[in-house]
Design a binder for this molecule. Structure first.
Ligand SMILES: C[S@@+](CC[C@H](N)C(=O)[O-])C[C@H]1O[C@@H](n2cnc3c(N)ncnc32)[C@H](O)[C@@H]1O
Length: 349
């Protein structure tokens, strides 16, 4: 049988790589769950010692496959082979995946393993029904956050995940935005106060309020205390759908609007507008999708993650943001790219 020319030049490897990508994803997530990188940060080890320390009961062959798979993906390094192999972390794994280092960034990946991996297995049902596929599935009117936060472990895991995914963005925004022109910030849905801490640490004139659900207060207060910024950052407990948004010259929302449908987005933006003074600024820190919707893959997948988590929440382009803030009465909007897929969408009153 002859094969058409166009097929001879084509290559299915990318299709296969993405289609089977969940194998590699799960391999990394399991290694993080087992704290393999934390173990190897303290000591290079052979496969036998790793097998024993992690309590693996599989065959030696599959332990080699597990470890060498991570070598082939660049997350581990190896000297020797099989029984003679000595495994160590790659430089990036050593910095970002060792739980004992402050640079640990595995929080979001722990949550990906413990929650999202399973829920994303139901993406087709999400697309077919438009309904959330997480813990709230089939649970009537359950409130996602209130329910999640009943478990102290899940609360901590969620907070760590949020600060891990946003850390670089907060640092970048604090460097790029002229906070020194302002004296107060209210971070709505501020989680463990990570953003307020970054702003207050760099700008000694700034007083910040981190506003979030009351369940978050102990974790946020502990972080503020740890940073030694209790005199300039306070925590305010409340529900941003029902309670007044505290007043401030700058009001920020990191990954908040994307959790809501368009009607609720508009209501929240309007309430932010009312809480700002005449020269006030609203900053949304999200995975703003490029206007042509061709490039920001992570932003579009995050939007589908909002389908999985909330049903009708969605991520958006800067053009959409601009039209919403103008409707609310803001004069002007701009966008500042932060790290990777994330940007700050900024509206001036
Ligand atoms: C996706 S996280 C984003 C956290 C943080 N702003 C960031 O950028 O990483 C959403 C945050 O909003 C808070 N939150 C959710 N619903 C809320 C509500 N109704 N009122 C106040 N805070 C809420 C959650 O507790 C959580 O900290």
């Amino acid at each position: 049988m002859s094969v058409p020319n166009s097929t001879q030049q084509s290559d299915p490897s990318r299709i296969m790589q993405i289609g089977m990508g969940f194998w590699a994803s799960k391999l990394l997530l399991v290694a993080i769950k087992f704290e393999l990188f934390t173990l190897l940060a303290s000591q290079k080890s052979g496969a036998g010692a790793i097998k024993e320390k992690l309590g693996l009961r599989t065959t030696d062959q599959h332990v080699f496959d597990f470890l060498d798979g991570l070598v082939s993906l660049g997350f581990l390094e190896r000297e020797g082979i099989l029984e003679k192999a000595i495994y160590s972390n790659s430089p990036d794994s050593n910095i970002f995946l060792d739980k004992k280092k402050p640079s640990y960034s595995g929080g979001i990946l722990e949550m990906a393993n413990n929650r999202l991996y399973e829920f994303w297995g139901h993406l087709e049902q999400g697309l077919l029904t438009g309904e959330a596929q997480n813990e709230t599935k089939g649970a009537g009117n359950m409130n996602f956050f209130e329910d999640l936060y009943k478990s102290p472990e899940k609360l901590r895991e969620f907070m760590n995940a949020m600060s891990a995914i946003q850390a670089g963005n907060f640092i970048s925004l604090v460097r790029q935005f002229p906070f020194s022109n302002y004296s107060s910030l209210v971070d709505v849905g501020g989680a463990d106060a990570s953003f307020s801490i970054q702003v207050a640490a760099k700008h000694p004139r700034m007083h910040c309020i981190s506003f979030d659900l009351p369940a978050v207060e102990p974790l946020a207060k502990a972080k503020i205390r740890q940073a030694g910024l209790e005199d300039r950052i306070s925590f305010s407990g409340g529900d941003f759908f029902k309670d007044p948004i505290p007043r401030g010259e700058v009001i920020s929302m990191g990954n908040i609007l994307h959790g809501c449908n368009e009607e609720i987005k508009l209501q929240l933006i309007q309430r932010v507008f009312e809480a700002l003074p005449g020269n006030g600024v609203f900053i949304a820190i999200e995975n703003i999708i490029d206007d042509e919707r061709r490039k920001n893959t992570f932003g579009m997948l995050m939007s589908l993650n909002m389908l999985i988590e909330n049903g009708d929440g969605f991520d958006y382009t800067f053009r959409q943001f601009e039209s919403w803030v103008k409707k609310a009465g803001f004069k002007k909007a701009e966008i500042i790219p932060l790290t990777g897929p994330t940007s700050a969408a900024i509206a001036y009153k």
